[in-house]
Design a protein around this ligand. Structure first.
Ligand code: ADP
Length: 239
């Protein structure tokens, strides 16, 4: 599914968090959205997900207007940095949750839910943790489970907002590689938000650089690294 964002403006009072943002994401692409804290990345993701609405501009999925649809009707999965799993539920129940809350007409049977959760846990290579509780998992394992949960509804679009931001450097590096491999398998149109230049360049085939609510640059990791248009990219790694 393609995402076509045109001329988005989002104001909070007098402050413009998004200032005429246009962006296209190709079908099956893994795009990195890179920018310093406060540049508008999360605001853009929230509007694409249907968690917030813009003051002006359009969002289209495969050419169809998305803004007239609510969050539940957009078929978008997301993973956030602090996307806490439900503590009182096992890994299995956490992943099954997205399936159980679907409207009755489309809700799968218990058998189908079991099969689907097993498939998802296999996909993130954590089937062996099915009966554990989140407190018993490492940070990296938790984010992989959060990703399995986001994928449970078979989203056409996946939004990842600093999903590895809270993890230590070694685990982050492993998960980047893992995410790339996973994406090669599932090909869901994805936007990966990060303020870490190295992470953006490593994860994605195309990088969009944002600063102060505007898009500063769009290019391949090589272009962005070699010809940084933004002061932000110059020598900036981490926060
Ligand atoms: P990023 O994800 O790049 O760190 P955000 O999209 O979260 O940036 O925020 C962009 C700007 O908009 C920030 O200055 C932030 O303080 C402001 N902002 C975001 N959400 C709100 C809100 N609900 N009310 C007021 N200001 C907000």
């Amino acid at each position: 599914m393609t995402i076509d964002v045109r001329n988005l403006v989002k104001r909070f009072g007098a402050f413009k968090a998004l200032d005429d943002v246009s962006l296209r994401v190709d079908d099956g692409e893994l795009l990195a959205l890179l920018g310093p804290s406060g540049s508008g990345k999360t605001t853009l993701l929230r509007i694409i997900a249907g968690l917030d609405w813009p003051d002006a501009g359009s969002v289209r999925f495969d050419g169809n207007d998305a803004l007239s649809r609510g969050a539940g009707e957009r078929n978008v999965g997301f993973v956030f940095q602090h996307y806490a799993l439900f503590r009182h539920m096992t890994v299995f129940e956490n992943v099954a949750f997205g399936l159980r809350v679907q409207p009755r007409a489309v809700r799968p049977s218990e058998d189908a839910i079991r099969r689907r959760v097993k498939e998802l846990l296999d996909l993130v290579q954590l089937d062996w943790l099915s009966d554990r509780y989140p407190a018993q998992l490492s940070g990296g394992q938790r984010q992989r489970i959060a990703l399995a949960r986001a994928l449970a509804i078979e989203p056409r679009i996946l939004l990842l907002d600093e999903p590895f931001g809270a993890l230590d450097a070694k685990v982050r590096k492993e998960l980047r590689r893992w995410l790339r491999q996973l994406h090669d398998e599932i090909h869901v149109t994805s936007i990966f938000v990060t303020h870490d230049q190295e992470e953006a360049l490593e994860v994605a085939n195309r990088v969009v650089v944002m600063d102060k609510g505007r898009i500063e640059q769009v290019g391949s990791p090589g272009d962005v690294y070699d010809n940084p248009a933004s002061a932000f990219v110059h020598g900036f790694i981490g926060e």
